[in-house]
Design a protein around this ligand. Structure first.
Ligand SMILES: CCCCC/C=C/C(=O)SCCNC(=O)CCNC(=O)[C@H](O)C(C)(C)COP(=O)(O)OP(=O)(O)OC[C@H]1O[C@@H](n2cnc3c(N)ncnc32)[C@H](O)[C@@H]1OP(=O)(O)O
Ligand SMILES: NC(=O)C1=CN([C@@H]2O[C@H](COP(=O)(O)OP(=O)(O)OC[C@H]3O[C@@H](n4cnc5c(N)ncnc54)[C@H](OP(=O)(O)O)[C@@H]3O)[C@@H](O)[C@H]2O)C=CC1
Length: 277
C-alpha cells in the first residue's frame, strides 16, 4: 500500500509498543524503514516484540522499560532514546481503562487511569517537544484516542476524560508549536479487539460477533487498518494535517456511542463485572 522505504531514516518512539495496537504500528513502521523505540512497563514483553520485529524487518528496535506515569522515568526514556539518535515522531499509544459504574469509582481508581492515559501522554509530549525545540528539529506527535472524545461515554469516564484532555492538548499545541515545525495529530479508533481490549473492555464477550448495527460496516476494526492510518499521518504526505483527530470506527460513532448495551445491564451483571476485575 505504501512505497518501500517511506519512513526510512525516521526514528519513532511508541509508548505501549510491546502489545496490541502499539506493536501493530511498530511492525508497520519498521517494515517501511523506520527505526523504533518501544516502551512499556513489562521488559520481557517489550523485548520479545522488539526482537520479533527486528528479525522480520531488519529494523533497529530499542526496547526501553518505562512507566509513563513517572515523569523522571519519562525523562530517562527520552534521554536513552535520543542517545541512539534524535527521535522524529512520538506515538502516545499507552492507555488504561476499566469498565465500571462511576458511583463505584474511588479517587484512586480515577487517578489510576488518568496517571497513564492523560498525565503520561502529556509527560511524553512535553519531553519530546522540549528536545525538538532545543535542537531546532521538526517533530510529530500522534496520539491514539477514542471516538468517546467526540461523543462522551458512560461507564469508562476516567478514560474518556483522559482521551478528551489529550485531544485538547493536540489541538492547542498544534497551534502553539506550529512555528517550531512540530505537528500534532490523533486517531480515534472504534472497536479493535486486541488482547488488552478483550481483557479490560469486553471481558465475558470473547468470540461474540460485532452486533449488527454497532457500526455501519458490521465488523470490528483491525490493528493493521490502524497501522495504515498511523503511517499516513506520520508520513510527509500528511504534512498539511495539524491538530486533527481522524476517526477510524466503521462509522460507529455516527450511530451510537458504544455505551448502549451497558445501559441495559442489570445490577447482577454489574456485580459480576466488578467481581472479575
Ligand atoms: C472509553 C473510551 C475508550 C474505549 C476503548 C478503549 C480501549 C482500551 O483502552 S483497550 C486498552 C486496555 N489496556 C489497559 O488498560 C492496559 C493498562 N491497564 C492498567 O495499567 C491497569 O489495568 C489499570 C490502570 C486500568 C488499573 O491499574 P491497577 O494498577 O491494576 O489498579 P490498582 O489495582 O492499583 O487499583 C487502583 C485503584 O483502581 C481501582 N480499580 C481497579 N480496577 C477497577 C475496576 N474495574 N472498577 C473499579 N475500580 C477499579 C482499585 O480498586 C484501586 O482503587 P482503591 O480500591 O480505592 O485503592
Ligand atoms: N483496542 C481498541 O479497541 C481501542 C484502543 N484504544 C487505545 O489504543 C491504545 C492501545 O490499546 P490496545 O493496544 O488495544 O491495548 P493494550 O492493553 O495492548 O495497550 C496498552 C499498552 O500500554 C502499555 N502501558 C500501560 N500503562 C503503561 C504505563 N503506565 N507506562 C508505559 N506503558 C504502559 C501496556 O504495556 P505494559 O502493561 O507492559 O506497561 C500496553 O503495551 C490505548 O491507548 C487504548 O486506549 C482506543 C480505542 C479503542
Amino acid at each position: 500500500m505504501f512505497a518501500d522505504g517511506l519512513l526510512a531514516g525516521k526514528r519513532i518512539l511508541i509508548t505501549g509498543g510491546g502489545t496490541g495496537l502499539g506493536a501493530a504500528m511498530a511492525e508497520r513502521f519498521a517494515g517501511l524503514g523506520a527505526s523504533l523505540v518501544l516502551c512499556g512497563r513489562r521488559e520481557e514483553v517489550l523485548r520479545e516484540t522488539g526482537e520479533r520485529i527486528a528479525a522480520a524487518t531488519g529494523a533497529r528496535v530499542d526496547a526501553i522499560r518505562c512507566d509513563i506515569r513517572d515523569p523522571a522515568d519519562v525523562d530517562a526514556l527520552f534521554d536513552a532514546a535520543w542517545a541512539g539518535g534524535p527521535v522524529d515522531s512520538l506515538v502516545n499509544n499507552a492507555g488504561a481503562i476499566f469498565v465500571a459504574r462511576s458511583e463505584h469509582l474511588s479517587h484512586r481508581a480515577f487517578d489510576a487511569v488518568l496517571a497513564t492515559s492523560l498525565h503520561g501522554s502529556i509527560y511524553c509530549t512535553l519531553a519530546a517537544g522540549k528536545r525538538w525545540i532545543a535542537a531546532g528539529r521538526p517533530g510529530s506527535v500522534l496520539s491514539i484516542l477514542s471516538t468517546a472524545a467526540i461523543t462522551g461515554r458512560g461507564f469508562t469516564v476516567p478514560t474518556v476524560v483522559s482521551k478528551t484532555g489529550v485531544l485538547a492538548m493536540t489541538k492547542s499545541l498544534a497551534v502553539e508549536w506550529a512555528s517550531k515545525r512540530i505537528r500534532l495529530v490523533a486517531i480515534a479508533p472504534g472497536t479493535i479487539p486486541t488482547a488488552g481490549f478483550m481483557a479490560k473492555v469486553a471481558a465475558g464477550r470473547e468470540g461474540e460477533p460485532e452486533a449488527p448495527g454497532d457500526n455501519t460496516l458490521e465488523r470490528p476494526g483491525r490493528p493493521d487498518e490502524l497501522a495504515d492510518l498511523a503511517t499516513y499521518l506520520l508520513s510527509p504526505a500528511a504534512d498539511y494535517i495539524n491538530g486533527e483527530m481522524v476517526v477510524l470506527d466503521g462509522g460507529r460513532h455516527l450511530r451510537n456511542s458504544g455505551v448502549e448495551d451497558l445501559l441495559k445491564r442489570s445490577d447482577a451483571e454489574w456485580e459480576a463485572q466488578r467481581a472479575r476485575r
